[in-house]
Ligand binder design. Sequence first.
Ligand code: DAT
Ligand code: MG
Length: 149
Amino acid sequence: MEKTFAMIKPDAVQRGLAGTIIARYEAKGLRIAGMKLMMVTEEMARKHYAEHVDKPFFPGLLKYITSGPVVALVLEGRNAVAEVRKMNGATNPLEAACGTIRGDFAQDKGRNAVHGSDSVESAQREIAIYFGDDEVLEYDYLPAKWLFE
Ligand code: DAT
Ligand code: MG
């Protein structure tokens, strides 16, 4: 089954939204394969956002993402990459649909509450930045028999 990397960013943790956001992913039927509260180091952020390091917004993004604890998540499900991107909503919360996490809980693209990998390859790369092999767990996920025909 497909795995993706998601992150509850520092603004959402500070605003007390971590539980609410995790509950949405759980309610969708995504299996939590990895989860931890952690600080993102500058080195991790530069790897994670390698495609953006030369962009004008990168210094602000670096400051933001390292500014407080995040919840790092590995989520598994059918089309997990695309489903989490859909649940997160558009990068700019002002353009994100109501019902999405960014649409419901954020107002600024520089404080957009969550991250989700944009492809299976990105997911594998990002999971390796934040998790050791022994921190991503395989276990019997009993809801699967009620989620899938
Ligand atoms: P996404 O997080 O939806 O994959 P992205 O990969 O294009 O979006 O950008 C990564 C993060 O960088 C994004 O969540 C917020 C920030 N960002 C992107 N474009 C920005 C901009 N023009 N101004 C400020 N922050 C921006
Ligand atoms: Mg991205």
